[in-house]
Design a protein around this ligand. Structure first.
Ligand code: SAM
Length: 281
Protein backbone atom coordinates (compact mmCIF):
# COMPACT_ATOMS: atom_id res chain seq x y z
CA UNK A 1 0.00 0.00 0.00
CA UNK A 2 1.30 3.47 -0.84
CA UNK A 3 -0.55 5.24 2.01
CA UNK A 4 -2.95 4.65 4.89
CA UNK A 5 -6.01 6.11 3.15
CA UNK A 6 -8.88 3.75 2.20
CA UNK A 7 -8.79 1.78 -1.08
CA UNK A 8 -10.20 3.75 -4.04
CA UNK A 9 -13.24 1.47 -4.43
CA UNK A 10 -14.25 2.44 -0.87
CA UNK A 11 -13.61 6.13 -1.59
CA UNK A 12 -15.80 5.96 -4.69
CA UNK A 13 -18.57 4.12 -2.83
CA UNK A 14 -18.54 6.37 0.23
CA UNK A 15 -18.63 9.58 -1.85
CA UNK A 16 -20.97 8.15 -4.48
CA UNK A 17 -18.55 8.96 -7.30
CA UNK A 18 -20.18 7.01 -10.08
CA UNK A 19 -18.20 7.75 -13.25
CA UNK A 20 -19.82 10.27 -15.61
CA UNK A 21 -19.25 9.84 -19.31
CA UNK A 22 -19.88 13.55 -19.92
CA UNK A 23 -16.79 14.32 -17.77
CA UNK A 24 -14.65 11.70 -19.56
CA UNK A 25 -14.33 9.76 -16.32
CA UNK A 26 -12.42 6.47 -16.50
CA UNK A 27 -10.76 6.05 -13.13
CA UNK A 28 -7.55 4.24 -12.25
CA UNK A 29 -8.22 2.28 -9.05
CA UNK A 30 -4.96 0.34 -8.72
CA UNK A 31 -2.70 2.41 -6.49
CA UNK A 32 0.37 0.43 -7.55
CA UNK A 33 -0.33 1.53 -11.11
CA UNK A 34 -0.88 5.18 -10.17
CA UNK A 35 2.38 5.08 -8.17
CA UNK A 36 4.11 3.70 -11.27
CA UNK A 37 2.74 6.54 -13.41
CA UNK A 38 3.91 9.05 -10.79
CA UNK A 39 7.40 7.48 -10.88
CA UNK A 40 7.48 7.78 -14.67
CA UNK A 41 7.38 11.57 -14.17
CA UNK A 42 10.86 11.30 -12.59
CA UNK A 43 12.09 12.50 -9.21
CA UNK A 44 9.39 14.83 -7.90
CA UNK A 45 10.85 15.59 -4.47
CA UNK A 46 12.03 19.11 -5.36
CA UNK A 47 9.09 19.83 -7.72
CA UNK A 48 5.69 21.45 -7.71
CA UNK A 49 3.31 19.23 -9.67
CA UNK A 50 0.24 20.28 -11.60
CA UNK A 51 -2.28 17.46 -11.85
CA UNK A 52 -5.28 18.03 -14.07
CA UNK A 53 -8.40 15.93 -13.46
CA UNK A 54 -7.56 14.13 -10.19
CA UNK A 55 -11.04 12.54 -9.92
CA UNK A 56 -11.15 10.34 -6.78
CA UNK A 57 -7.40 10.92 -6.37
CA UNK A 58 -5.58 7.70 -7.30
CA UNK A 59 -2.85 9.47 -9.25
CA UNK A 60 -2.82 12.33 -6.72
CA UNK A 61 -1.99 9.82 -4.00
CA UNK A 62 0.76 8.35 -6.19
CA UNK A 63 2.27 11.79 -6.72
CA UNK A 64 2.18 12.68 -3.02
CA UNK A 65 3.51 9.28 -1.93
CA UNK A 66 6.38 9.66 -4.38
CA UNK A 67 7.42 12.81 -2.52
CA UNK A 68 6.21 15.73 -4.67
CA UNK A 69 6.94 19.00 -2.85
CA UNK A 70 3.46 20.29 -3.65
CA UNK A 71 0.57 19.09 -5.85
CA UNK A 72 -1.98 21.49 -7.33
CA UNK A 73 -4.95 19.45 -8.57
CA UNK A 74 -7.54 21.07 -10.85
CA UNK A 75 -10.82 19.15 -11.02
CA UNK A 76 -13.98 20.16 -12.86
CA UNK A 77 -16.35 17.76 -11.09
CA UNK A 78 -17.23 19.18 -7.65
CA UNK A 79 -18.42 15.73 -6.50
CA UNK A 80 -14.74 14.73 -6.19
CA UNK A 81 -13.82 17.53 -3.74
CA UNK A 82 -14.64 15.73 -0.43
CA UNK A 83 -12.52 12.73 -1.46
CA UNK A 84 -9.67 15.07 -2.42
CA UNK A 85 -10.01 16.91 0.94
CA UNK A 86 -9.32 13.62 2.72
CA UNK A 87 -6.08 13.26 0.76
CA UNK A 88 -5.14 16.88 1.56
CA UNK A 89 -5.62 16.12 5.27
CA UNK A 90 -3.36 13.07 5.03
CA UNK A 91 -0.58 15.18 3.43
CA UNK A 92 -0.77 18.47 5.37
CA UNK A 93 0.22 21.55 3.34
CA UNK A 94 1.15 19.59 0.21
CA UNK A 95 -2.11 19.28 -1.76
CA UNK A 96 -4.04 22.27 -3.07
CA UNK A 97 -7.29 21.53 -4.92
CA UNK A 98 -8.98 23.92 -7.35
CA UNK A 99 -12.50 23.26 -8.58
CA UNK A 100 -12.84 24.40 -12.18
CA UNK A 101 -12.15 23.79 -15.85
CA UNK A 102 -8.43 23.35 -16.58
CA UNK A 103 -9.00 24.99 -19.97
CA UNK A 104 -10.08 28.18 -18.20
CA UNK A 105 -7.65 28.32 -15.26
CA UNK A 106 -4.02 29.38 -15.72
CA UNK A 107 -2.98 26.82 -13.11
CA UNK A 108 0.76 26.95 -13.87
CA UNK A 109 0.78 30.54 -12.61
CA UNK A 110 0.10 29.25 -9.07
CA UNK A 111 3.23 27.09 -8.94
CA UNK A 112 6.93 27.65 -8.29
CA UNK A 113 9.55 26.09 -10.62
CA UNK A 114 10.73 23.44 -11.03
CA UNK A 115 7.27 22.38 -12.23
CA UNK A 116 6.13 19.06 -13.67
CA UNK A 117 2.71 18.36 -15.12
CA UNK A 118 1.09 14.95 -14.67
CA UNK A 119 -2.42 14.08 -15.80
CA UNK A 120 -4.89 11.41 -16.81
CA UNK A 121 -7.42 13.46 -18.73
CA UNK A 122 -10.26 12.98 -21.17
CA UNK A 123 -8.88 12.74 -24.73
CA UNK A 124 -10.13 16.04 -26.15
CA UNK A 125 -9.15 18.12 -23.11
CA UNK A 126 -5.73 16.42 -22.96
CA UNK A 127 -4.86 17.21 -26.57
CA UNK A 128 -6.02 20.83 -26.26
CA UNK A 129 -3.97 21.32 -23.08
CA UNK A 130 -0.93 19.61 -24.63
CA UNK A 131 -0.99 22.02 -27.58
CA UNK A 132 -1.30 24.99 -25.21
CA UNK A 133 1.57 23.76 -23.01
CA UNK A 134 3.73 23.24 -26.10
CA UNK A 135 3.06 26.73 -27.46
CA UNK A 136 3.84 29.21 -24.65
CA UNK A 137 4.73 32.80 -25.58
CA UNK A 138 8.43 32.07 -24.91
CA UNK A 139 10.68 28.99 -24.73
CA UNK A 140 11.79 27.36 -22.43
CA UNK A 141 8.37 27.02 -20.79
CA UNK A 142 7.70 27.33 -17.08
CA UNK A 143 7.36 23.53 -16.81
CA UNK A 144 10.19 20.96 -17.06
CA UNK A 145 8.16 17.97 -18.20
CA UNK A 146 4.67 16.74 -19.05
CA UNK A 147 3.62 13.18 -18.20
CA UNK A 148 0.22 12.62 -19.76
CA UNK A 149 -2.16 9.75 -20.41
CA UNK A 150 -3.63 9.62 -23.91
CA UNK A 151 -5.57 7.31 -26.10
CA UNK A 152 -2.78 5.10 -27.52
CA UNK A 153 -3.36 6.34 -31.06
CA UNK A 154 -2.79 9.95 -29.94
CA UNK A 155 0.33 8.94 -28.00
CA UNK A 156 1.66 7.35 -31.19
CA UNK A 157 1.01 10.58 -33.10
CA UNK A 158 3.08 12.52 -30.54
CA UNK A 159 6.16 10.28 -30.86
CA UNK A 160 5.75 9.40 -34.58
CA UNK A 161 8.72 9.55 -36.97
CA UNK A 162 8.70 10.52 -40.67
CA UNK A 163 7.37 7.87 -43.01
CA UNK A 164 4.62 6.68 -40.67
CA UNK A 165 0.90 7.40 -40.97
CA UNK A 166 0.87 8.83 -37.45
CA UNK A 167 3.49 11.47 -38.35
CA UNK A 168 2.00 14.95 -38.57
CA UNK A 169 1.52 18.28 -36.83
CA UNK A 170 1.41 16.85 -33.31
CA UNK A 171 4.73 14.98 -33.79
CA UNK A 172 6.45 18.09 -35.11
CA UNK A 173 5.00 20.37 -32.46
CA UNK A 174 6.05 17.98 -29.68
CA UNK A 175 9.46 16.90 -30.98
CA UNK A 176 10.68 20.32 -32.07
CA UNK A 177 11.11 21.48 -28.50
CA UNK A 178 10.82 18.30 -26.39
CA UNK A 179 12.15 14.80 -26.01
CA UNK A 180 8.95 12.75 -26.27
CA UNK A 181 8.55 9.05 -25.53
CA UNK A 182 5.87 6.55 -24.59
CA UNK A 183 6.70 5.27 -21.10
CA UNK A 184 3.76 2.98 -20.42
CA UNK A 185 0.87 1.31 -22.23
CA UNK A 186 -2.37 0.41 -20.49
CA UNK A 187 -5.17 -1.91 -21.61
CA UNK A 188 -8.82 -0.79 -21.27
CA UNK A 189 -9.28 -3.03 -18.18
CA UNK A 190 -6.84 -0.85 -16.21
CA UNK A 191 -9.68 1.72 -15.92
CA UNK A 192 -13.10 1.73 -14.28
CA UNK A 193 -15.25 1.83 -16.31
CA UNK A 194 -13.10 0.37 -19.12
CA UNK A 195 -12.92 2.66 -22.18
CA UNK A 196 -13.15 1.21 -25.71
CA UNK A 197 -9.54 2.07 -26.57
CA UNK A 198 -6.05 1.32 -25.29
CA UNK A 199 -4.14 4.10 -23.55
CA UNK A 200 -0.53 5.15 -23.21
CA UNK A 201 1.44 7.53 -21.01
CA UNK A 202 3.70 9.97 -22.86
CA UNK A 203 6.58 11.75 -21.14
CA UNK A 204 7.69 15.01 -22.74
CA UNK A 205 10.82 16.70 -21.39
CA UNK A 206 11.29 20.32 -22.47
CA UNK A 207 14.57 21.00 -24.28
CA UNK A 208 16.33 24.22 -23.18
CA UNK A 209 16.23 25.47 -26.79
CA UNK A 210 14.36 24.15 -29.84
CA UNK A 211 16.06 21.23 -31.60
CA UNK A 212 16.54 23.36 -34.76
CA UNK A 213 16.10 27.12 -35.16
CA UNK A 214 12.80 28.33 -36.63
CA UNK A 215 10.13 30.92 -35.95
CA UNK A 216 7.30 29.13 -34.09
CA UNK A 217 4.47 30.81 -36.03
CA UNK A 218 6.06 30.24 -39.45
CA UNK A 219 6.84 26.61 -38.65
CA UNK A 220 3.29 26.03 -37.41
CA UNK A 221 1.81 27.65 -40.54
CA UNK A 222 4.00 25.66 -42.94
CA UNK A 223 3.41 22.36 -41.17
CA UNK A 224 -0.36 22.97 -41.04
CA UNK A 225 -0.46 23.70 -44.78
CA UNK A 226 1.72 20.67 -45.60
CA UNK A 227 -0.33 18.20 -43.55
CA UNK A 228 -3.77 19.63 -44.32
CA UNK A 229 -3.28 18.09 -47.75
CA UNK A 230 -0.91 15.33 -46.70
CA UNK A 231 -1.45 13.21 -49.81
CA UNK A 232 -0.50 16.04 -52.15
CA UNK A 233 3.02 16.86 -53.27
CA UNK A 234 4.53 19.74 -51.31
CA UNK A 235 4.80 21.99 -54.37
CA UNK A 236 0.98 21.85 -54.46
CA UNK A 237 0.10 21.84 -50.74
CA UNK A 238 2.53 24.73 -50.06
CA UNK A 239 1.69 26.79 -53.14
CA UNK A 240 -0.07 29.40 -50.99
CA UNK A 241 3.11 29.94 -48.93
CA UNK A 242 5.18 31.54 -51.71
CA UNK A 243 5.07 32.09 -55.47
CA UNK A 244 8.59 30.61 -55.56
CA UNK A 245 7.77 27.53 -53.53
CA UNK A 246 9.45 25.06 -55.91
CA UNK A 247 12.76 26.94 -55.79
CA UNK A 248 12.53 27.39 -52.01
CA UNK A 249 11.87 23.68 -51.48
CA UNK A 250 14.79 22.73 -53.71
CA UNK A 251 16.97 25.31 -51.96
CA UNK A 252 16.52 23.58 -48.58
CA UNK A 253 17.05 20.12 -50.06
CA UNK A 254 13.40 19.02 -50.31
CA UNK A 255 12.14 17.52 -53.57
CA UNK A 256 9.07 19.56 -54.65
CA UNK A 257 7.37 16.24 -55.44
CA UNK A 258 7.84 14.92 -51.89
CA UNK A 259 4.87 14.60 -49.50
CA UNK A 260 4.64 16.05 -45.98
CA UNK A 261 4.81 12.65 -44.32
CA UNK A 262 8.36 12.02 -45.66
CA UNK A 263 9.91 15.27 -44.42
CA UNK A 264 11.95 15.17 -41.20
CA UNK A 265 11.60 17.87 -38.57
CA UNK A 266 15.02 19.36 -39.44
CA UNK A 267 13.90 20.02 -43.03
CA UNK A 268 10.58 21.53 -41.93
CA UNK A 269 12.59 23.93 -39.75
CA UNK A 270 14.89 24.80 -42.69
CA UNK A 271 11.80 25.43 -44.83
CA UNK A 272 10.26 27.66 -42.13
CA UNK A 273 13.50 29.69 -42.00
CA UNK A 274 13.51 30.07 -45.80
CA UNK A 275 9.86 31.16 -45.79
CA UNK A 276 10.05 33.51 -42.83
CA UNK A 277 9.50 37.12 -43.87
CA UNK A 278 12.70 39.08 -43.27
CA UNK A 279 12.44 41.82 -40.60
CA UNK A 280 13.04 44.44 -43.36
CA UNK A 281 9.96 43.55 -45.44
N1 SAM B 1 -6.93 11.15 -12.52
C1 SAM B 1 -8.05 10.27 -12.21
C2 SAM B 1 -7.62 8.84 -12.38
O1 SAM B 1 -6.56 8.64 -12.99
O2 SAM B 1 -8.33 7.94 -11.94
C3 SAM B 1 -9.26 10.58 -13.08
C4 SAM B 1 -9.07 10.39 -14.56
S1 SAM B 1 -10.51 10.66 -15.55
C5 SAM B 1 -9.93 9.96 -17.08
C6 SAM B 1 -10.49 12.38 -16.00
C7 SAM B 1 -10.75 13.37 -14.87
O3 SAM B 1 -10.67 14.69 -15.44
C8 SAM B 1 -12.11 13.26 -14.24
O4 SAM B 1 -12.00 13.33 -12.85
C9 SAM B 1 -12.89 14.47 -14.78
O5 SAM B 1 -13.89 14.92 -13.90
C10 SAM B 1 -11.76 15.47 -14.95
N2 SAM B 1 -12.00 16.51 -15.97
C11 SAM B 1 -12.66 16.39 -17.15
N3 SAM B 1 -12.60 17.54 -17.85
C12 SAM B 1 -11.90 18.42 -17.09
C13 SAM B 1 -11.50 19.78 -17.25
N4 SAM B 1 -11.84 20.46 -18.36
N5 SAM B 1 -10.78 20.38 -16.27
C14 SAM B 1 -10.43 19.69 -15.14
N6 SAM B 1 -10.78 18.40 -14.93
C15 SAM B 1 -11.50 17.77 -15.88
Amino acid sequence: MIDTLPPLREVIASHDLRARKSMGQNFLLDLNLTAKIARSAGDLTACDVLEVGPGPGGLTRGLLASGARKVLAVEKDARCLPALDEIANAYPGRLQVMNGDALEIDALAYLTPPIRVVANLPYNVGTELLVRWLTPPAWPPVWDSLTLMFQKEVAQRIVALPGSKAYGRLAILAQWRCDARIVMELPPEAFTPAPKVHSAVVHLAALPTPRYPADAKTLSRVVAAAFNQRRKMLRASLRSQSPDIEAILTGVGIAPTARAEEIPLEQFCALARALQPSPMT
